[in-house]
Design a protein around this ligand. Structure first.
Ligand SMILES: Cc1cc2nc3c(=O)[nH]c(=O)nc-3n(C[C@H](O)[C@H](O)[C@H](O)COP(=O)(O)OP(=O)(O)OC[C@H]3O[C@@H](n4cnc5c(N)ncnc54)[C@H](O)[C@@H]3O)c2cc1C
Length: 501
């Protein structure tokens, strides 16, 4: 029986492990943390519970497909609930817009901001469908081994068609005159940690998929996704070793032959598949002779934003908040410039508040509230003193919530935890504390993004946010599928390519 070691039980590692085991490979999965999930983990503070990172589940059909590929039904392991309204966006001038799937409600919301905008929203969505479908067919569900596969006489017109070569902000500006609607229908690139001024226009597929396929909330929160995957991996017979970190990939004659664990034990296998953050793992898990030159190259790459997180347990329910809430600072464009170009935290913050108790039980005791606040900030590497900055950010968030009429939350705080980019790097092993890994600008997409087969070491494979096709829970599951295909081909167990709808 062929054997595989998977490093890391994030969504990517769990998906890959269950698929490999289903294909007949004996899999050992090593996870340094005591719980599976990685960025999709859980935070517990006193009697309050929070999702660590992701809170927005898009493209549930990708999850369904991943389960179906091994003969299982997602619904048997995970209950999904649709969020409609999606979220409320708060602008600095005091105005607000609520985004809905429901067309009549959406129309009323858009028209109160920009009269006559709804027909153009419909055109924006029609264009979004073309972008979404073409991106899925030609780019997101394809792994590229070389630039020649990517840039072909057939693919170049496709790239122009989907807007891979233009910018999202310019695209959205063609449909809407009011900056507030432009902002509300382009900030979704921050789900990938990229500015809408830098992201290719093809990412209009995000507001499209929200409107058409919906925003979903897994019962139990996003952490329920890795828990469901972990359950299936158990049923498929994968051994999961929690609290057992890998120290280094073992190499003999240019091939990966196993791993050395942090406790010094050595484990051998036919292949090693690494789900730990790519840039972090290259630096820390590869033998130094390989790690140094590759890390030097990666240090010049563009990284996504980090997040300064506040997890607040409150003695009372905050009236008026929806499940998802977005707050934009005064200078929308300037804030992206601060984060991505100047490496500083904007003076007037933009942030996101997740209040899951609106939809589900189990996050806060009856009558109390659990808020996860995500403030996008630069990745590590700039001059920011994060301890000092955390205090300023916390005060800024509380002041803004008060200004917006949600009350003075300070006296209600019973329990809290703060997480800075330093913590993302130190505790969650994300290079530069970057929440989403390598950025997804054109030159870091497709064949320009790390491939699932290691370029130097035979039998070493990768999956996760920084490899093809890119970051985000569903996309990482697609990357696991790419990696499994490559592993099975290497082991002589190739299977037909899966298609994602
Ligand atoms: C704050 C935040 C908000 C986000 N919001 C969203 C959202 O709303 N929707 C969405 O779809 N996506 C969102 N994302 C992105 C999404 O979380 C990631 O793209 C995805 O979860 C990454 O999964 P992964 O499997 O690639 O990596 P990870 O989740 O990072 O998993 C890697 C695993 O490897 C383990 N590991 C590392 N080193 C070792 C070692 N040496 N030995 C053993 N194990 C090791 C880690 O502990 C971890 O469990 C968000 C991310 C963050 C941080």
């Amino acid at each position: 029986m062929s054997t595989a070691i998977v490093i890391g039980a994030g969504v990517g590692g769990l998906t890959a492990a269950m698929k490999l085991a289903h294909a007949g490979v004996k899999v050992e999965l090593y996870e340094k943390s005591p719980v599976p999930g990685g960025r999709c983990g859980r935070v517990e503070v006193g009697e309050f519970r929070f999702d660590l990172g992701p809170t927005i589940l898009l493209m549930p059909f990708v999850l369904q497909q991943a389960f179906a590929s091994i003969g299982r039904k997602l619904e048997d392991h995970l209950e999904l609930q649709r969020c409609d309204p999606h979220y409320r966006v708060h602008f600095r001038d005091g105005s607000r817009v609520v985004l809905w799937t429901d067309p009549a409600k959406m129309k009323a919301e858009l028209e109160q901001i920009e009269p006559g905008s709804y027909p153009r929203y419909q055109q924006f969505l029609a264009r979004g469908k073309i972008q979404n479908d073409a991106a899925f067919e030609h780019f997101i569900t394809r792994h590229f081994s070389s630039v020649l596969e990517f840039v072909t006489p057939k693919s170049v017109p496709q790239m122009v068609r989907v807007g891979a070569l233009s910018k999202l902000w310019s695209h959205v500006s063609k449909y809407f005159a009011d900056d507030r609607l432009r902002q509300a229908l382009s900030f979704q690139t921050m789900y990938l940690g990229v500015s809408p001024y830098d992201a290719p226009a093809v990412f209009a597929l995000l507001p499209y998929t929200e409107a058409v396929h919906g925003i979903w909330f897994p019962r139990g929160g996003m952490h329920a996704v890795p828990l469901a995957l972990a359950e299936v991996r158990r049923l498929e017979g994968v051994a999961l070793h929690l609290g057992q970190g890998v120290k280094q990939v073992q190499v003999e004659n240019g091939k990966a032959v196993g791993v050395e664990l942090e406790d010094g034990q050595v484990r051998r296998a036919d292949v090693v598949l690494c789900n730990a953050d790519y840039a972090w793992a290259v630096k820390h898990l590869l033998p130094p002779a390989l790690a140094a030159p590759r890390s030097a190259k990666l240090s010049k790459a563009r990284f996504t934003s980090s997040g300064l997180m506040l997890y607040l347990g409150l003695s009372q329910r905050v009236e008026g908040l929806l499940h998802h809430n977005v707050f934009f600072g005064r200078d929308f464009k300037g804030s992206f410039n601060d984060i991505f170009e100047k490496g500083r935290v904007p003076d007037d913050l933009s942030f996101y508040v997740n209040a899951p108790s609106r939809t589900a039980e189990g996050f806060a005791p009856e009558g109390k509230d659990a808020l996860q606040v995500l403030v996008p900030v630069p990745p590590l590497g700039g001059p920011v003193d994060w301890k000092a900055e955390a205090g300023r950010v916390r005060a800024g968030v509380l002041a803004r919530l008060k200004d917006e009429g949600y009350g003075d939350l300070e006296p209600l705080i019973e329990a809290e935890q703060v997480l800075t980019p330093d913590d993302w790097q130190t505790h969650h092993r994300l290079e530069r504390g970057s929440n989403f890994g390598l950025a997804q600008n054109f030159l870091q997409l497709g064949p320009f993004r790390p491939k699932v087969s290691d370029p130097d070491l035979k039998n070493l494979f990768w999956c996760g946010a920084s490899v093809q096709p890119g970051t985000g829970v569903p996309t990482v599951m697609i990357s696991a599928g790419f990696a499994v295909d490559a592993v099975l081909a290497q082991l002589g167990m190739a299977r037909p390519r899966e298609r994602v709808a």
